[in-house]
Design a protein around this ligand. Sequence first.
Ligand code: ADP
Length: 348
Amino acid sequence: MASLQFKNIEKSYGDTLVLKGVNLDVSDGEYLVLVGPSGCGKSTLLRCVAGLEEITGGELYINDKLVNKVSPRERDVAMVFQSYALYPHMTVRENMGFGLRVARLPKQEILARVEEVAESLGLTDLLERLPGQLSGGQRQRVAMGRAVVRDPALFLFDEPLSNLDASLRSHMRLELKRLHKRLGATVIHVTHDQIEALTLADRIMVLNEGVVQQIGSPRELFDTPANKFVAAFIGSPSMNFFPCTGSNDEASVDGLKGSLSFYIEGPFWLGVRPTDWVIGGDLFSGVVEIVESLGAEALLHIDLGSYNVVVQASEPCGFTAGDTISLGLGCYHLFDRETGERLADGAL
Ligand code: ADP
């Protein structure tokens, strides 16, 4: 097992600074999920931890040991990539045992470890097959198994489930959760999948353009996002935002009638999650444009005149396109209009 400390980690490629001073502590046995838009530096950070990229500034510690100059092999980490990177000419057994053979473990021990891990991942019957004879989900499990047999201090997962179809992905998500519980290992997992992040993580770190936006439990990020970026990024469908202005003890949404029941002087953002509207409330009135039924729930796309908003309601929601609808606020989030920083959260 492993704990990690990132102290002001920087990484640049030539003149381009990709990681701009990342500070983070990961505790022993923690499952940390790293999210952020494409190109924000997630894979780069993972590769720096694995030792596949050299850190250009700051200090990285694994188990209190400075590892900036330590080779990948000596870091005791196992990485699972989106592409799985299995050797096509080797059987599942050989693929899984490869790292152990390189580490010159005795044959008998390799055999025993591979069998044990194969059993736990349901791969026993597939051990003599080649990767080309496996389904995507099975290949994914082999890639996972190859990491697990090495019994590393730290697992690094880079989008490990994104090549799978939706149902297999949710199955493998559960498998990952079980695996983590059983091994008690420390994991850093990069994903762009909201559900993966929210369900697997002890804590989530949100990165944007190489800058850490917030680190916290899924609940913290969802309930008290540190800024408008995190508020928009976490949660699907995304939060609705309205530019607002407060003056003379009264605040309202720019361009709409109706006074808000809270007050902030000057310009600010109001954020409302699709689940946090009160249908039948008396703040806004609009027209239902589209109803998207998702089975148990529906997404109502509503035209408020100057703004379009999304409202999530239980089915049967009782609305069809063209209906008028009035909305009030349940929970709300307020952000600074200039910096995007969190000002307040509340519930009415
Ligand atoms: P993410 O995983 O969040 O999508 P990456 O970590 O892959 O993002 O990339 C972050 C930024 O670093 C991107 O702008 C990318 O173009 C750049 N980058 C990544 N690898 C290299 C490289 N070897 N040389 C130059 N730029 C790179």
